[in-house]
Design a binder for this molecule. Sequence first.
Ligand code: SF4
Length: 461
Amino acid sequence: MASSYHPRLLHGDVSPSPSSEELLQWKSGITADPYRSYLYSYPHKTAYRDLEPPLPLNELWRDEPAESFFLYMHIPFCGARCGFCNLFTLPDKRADVHARYVDALERQARQWAPFTAHKPYARFAIGGGTPTLLAPDQLRRLFYIATDIMGLATDKVSISVETSPETLTVEKLEILKDANVDRVSMGIQSFVASESAAIYRPQDPDVVYRALELLGRYDFPILNLDLIYGLPGQTVETWLYSLNQTLSYNPGEIFIYPLYTREHTIVKPGDLERQEDIRLQCYNAARELLERHGYRQYSMRRFAKETAESHKPLLDYSCQEEGMVGLGCGARSYTRGVHYASRYGVSRKATESIIADYVAAERYDTADYGIVLEPEEQKRRFILKAILHSEGLKLSQYTERFGTLLWSDFPELALLTDSGFGLVEDDVLRLTGEALGYSDSIGDWFISSSIRERMERFVLP
Ligand code: SF4
């Protein structure tokens, strides 16, 4: 039988219980603005700065304690920039630009391979951008770089590739199949043409249907489809229409994203002021529909069938995403103590110049831009990565890793249980399904003041 407790009962000395008024105030702070900041990773990339002096990568990776690594390749090119996108990508379809980029990626891989060769890879992902925008020979080359240069064993590693409806062809799918790819992820965002057009992603639904039909023929172990809610002109009904269209293809996994806009994205926050914010309604409607169709909720954004998994015997890889080896411009790399990447930009001018520097470089053997994680930040990252997923945070694992008690280190976390947003059961702190919908505001609340300060001082080039 599951055993549950309230942290204040076990550790009555950690902090006085808040009054019901304080609790109400805290909770309404979380629920009033659920979409204030998407904490894709902690610390956020806008907290990165020049590392002075640059850190030699051979030393950084030699001391990395993760048992296995995650290899990620970033392809920072798309056909056009979507109206909501703040990822590191450049709208550029020129094959010669892509070829020079892959040349640089191969140079980088040759220099990095010896640094990480002492541990096996458990996961491999190619993301972007739109990796399948590359011509077939360049796409094939990415797998050659992964296997022949980085030493990836494709029969033991789960392999995921991002794609888009208009770039999928039989030839490219054959390449993915030959490369033993387990998971193909496709961004659809909406099945309603006017909604796609409103986010500067003109998309003919017929092209989407054709791509889905093609993907169905190749039967990858995991098909993931991405959708966005809160689009201009969208209603809860049209959102459910897109979800139902998605469900008719029976994907193993569905990611649902609330629409985020910023001053530097093409669609600005002001553009949406006149329409009602239906994101929370859409989220709740999606949860209900997806659960009814046999999908389990793993996080605010990820829903999957329990059967959606690689068919290979995989090595364990920590969900804390340490030991992430990020090749390519815009890719982030995570060791336990240092996160690093190339510089970040969104505007055409900035991304173009950052990619040009990457392509012109001869040496890739130091980390010169990123952040050194103090022990407190390592703890915060560990906590956030766990509690914003349905599996939750195993308290004994926290103590094993850091040698301290969660409730003593962060007594404020008891607010989660005080408020009913979380519960502790069988040594695990986890959020309720309702609270997972507030992951972004809970994540934002838990950012340390020093990281927040760095993020606020960041100026986009
Ligand atoms: S959302 Fe995806 S497809 Fe659209 S511009 Fe960004 S990376 Fe490219």
